[in-house]
Design a protein around this ligand. Structure first.
Ligand code: OSB
Ligand code: MG
Length: 369
C-alpha cells in the first residue's frame, strides 16, 4: 500500500451538551483526523479518540500527538505494508499508546479498502447491512431530567439505553427508569466507581433486569470482577480493563465478565478488535462496540466493525446529531428506528466534508518520506 503523504489535522469541536460520567464532564473534543494519500486518487482516514486529560485511560491528545509525530508516522512512511493487518506488528515495538496506533491503523484500513474498491466492513469480514444503535446517557442533574432524555431517545427507536451510575446515583435511578420504561433494554455503566466492598449494594441491581453492568470495579482489577460476577446475576461487561486480546483471554479464563465492550482505540486498532471479536465468538461471549464521543470518521469505523457477526448487542454508536451541530462527514450518520444503514461505497463509506473539517481544524501537519 503506497503511502505518499500523511496529514494530521488537529481538530476541535464543541459538543451540543456536556457528557458527564462518574469522573468528570466533557464538552469540547479535541482530536486528530489522520489522512493518508496513496499518490493516486485515494485517501484513507482515521480518527484519534483520546481525550484532553487522562481520565479514561492514560492517553491524551498531547500523548497522541507526540507518539504519532515522533514514532508512528515515520515508522509507517519508512516501512511499506502490503495489508493493513501488518500495521499492528509494525507498531508493536511501541508500547501501548493504543489510541494513537488505532488512529493511524484505521486510516490504513480505509485506504486499503478504497484501493480494493470494497467497503471497510467487507474488508474486515463483516456481513451485516445494518447495525443497531444504542445510546449512552451521561449523568443528569435530576432523575426527572434523565427520564425526559431517555424518553426522547426511546421515541427515536434506540435499541438500548445505557445509564451512567456512581455511588449516590444508582439504585434509585435505575429503579425509577425501570418503572417508567418496563420494556426498554437498559444497562448501567459505572466507569470503575465501585469497589468489592460495594457487593451487597450492587446486588440490589439484580431485580431490575439490566442487560449488563459495565466496568463496576477498578480498571486493572480482573480478579475482583470475577468475585463480583460470581455473586451477582447482572452480567458484568468490561470496558476499561480491556486493552488487548491477552486481557480478554485473562478475563474470560477468570470469569471476570460475560460481555465485552470493544473500543477500537482502546485495543489499538481494527486488527486487534477483530481478533478479540473472533476469540469472544469462540467462547460464547457477546460483544458490542463502545463509543468515545466520536466525530464522523470514528463513528464510521465503529459502524464498519459492528458489522462483524458477534457484535450481537447494540453499541454506543448513535447518529451524528447526538453530539454535533455539524459533523465532518457527509452524509452524516443517521439513525432511523434505532437502525444505522451500513454505507455501501468503498472504505468508510462516508465522504469527508472538507468545508466542515477546515472550519474545525486548529492546525495541520504534513509528512512525506
Ligand atoms: O465508558 O463507555 C464509556 C464516553 C467517554 C468515555 C467513556 C465512555 C463514554 C460513553 C459514551 O459511555 C459513548 C459515546 O456516546 O460515544
Ligand atoms: Mg464504559
Amino acid at each position: 500500500i503506497p503511502i505518499e503523504k500523511v496529514i494530521l489535522h488537529k481538530v476541535r469541536m464543541k459538543m451540543k451538551t456536556p457528557f458527564k460520567n462518574s469522573f468528570g464532564s466533557v464538552q469540547e473534543k479535541e482530536f486528530f483526523i489522520v489522512e493518508l494519500a496513496d499518490g493516486r486518487e485515494h485517501r484513507g482516514f482515521g480518527e484519534s479518540v483520546a481525550f484532553s486529560s487522562p481520565w479514561y485511560t492514560e492517553e491524551t491528545v498531547g500523548t497522541t500527538e507526540h507518539i504519532m509525530n515522533d514514532f508512528l508516522v515515520p515508522f509507517l512512511l519508512q516501512n511499506p505494508v502490503s495489508h493493513p493487518r501488518e500495521v499492528t506488528k509494525l507498531f508493536d515495538v511501541i508500547r501501548r499508546n493504543n489510541m494513537a496506533k488505532a488512529a493511524i491503523e484505521g486510516a490504513v484500513w480505509d485506504l486499503y479498502a478504497k484501493r480494493e474498491g470494497i467497503t471497510l466492513a467487507k474488508a474486515l469480514g463483516g456481513e451485516k447491512n445494518t447495525v443497531e444503535a444504542g445510546i449512552s446517557i451521561g449523568i443528569q442533574p435530576s432523575i426527572k431530567e434523565l427520564l425526559t432524555v431517555i424518553g426522547q431517545y426511546a421515541a427515536k427507536g434506540y435499541k438500548r439505553v445505557k445509564i451512567k451510575i456512581k455511588p449516590g446515583w444508582d439504585i434509585e435511578v435505575i429503579k425509577q427508569v425501570r418503572e417508567a420504561y418496563p420494556e426498554l433494554p437498559i444497562m448501567a455503566d459505572a466507569n470503575s466507581a465501585y469497589t468489592l466492598a460495594d457487593i451487597e449494594h450492587l446486588k440490589k441491581l439484580d431485580e431490575f433486569g439490566l442487560m449488563m453492568i459495565e466496568q463496576p470495579l477498578g480498571q486493572e482489577d480482573l480478579l475482583n470482577h470475577a468475585k463480583l460476577q460470581k455473586e451477582i446475576e447482572t452480567p458484568v461487561c468490561l470496558d476499561e480493563s480491556i486493552h488487548s486480546l491477552d486481557d480478554v483471554k485473562n478475563a474470560i479464563a477468570l470469569g471476570s465478565c460475560k460481555v465485552i465492550n470493544i473500543k477500537i482505540g482502546r485495543v489499538g486498532g481494527l486488527e486487534e478488535a477483530k481478533k478479540i471479536h473472533d476469540y469472544c465468538m469462540e467462547h460464547n461471549i457477546p460483544v458490542w462496540c463502545g463509543g468515545m464521543l466520536e466525530a464522523g470518521v470514528g463513528r464510521a469505523h465503529n459502524i464498519a466493525v459492528s458489522t462483524l457477526q458477534n457484535f450481537v448487542l447494540p453499541g454506543d454508536t448513535a447518529g451524528s446529531s447526538r453530539y454535533w451541530e455539524k459533523d465532518i462527514i457527509e452524509p452524516e450518520v443517521t439513525v432511523i428506528d434505532g437502525i444505522i444503514n451500513v454505507p455501501d461505497s468503498p472504505g468508510i463509506g462516508y465522504n469527508i466534508n472538507r468545508a466542515a473539517l477546515e472550519k474545525f481544524t486548529m492546525n495541520k501537519k504534513e509528512f512525506t518520506l
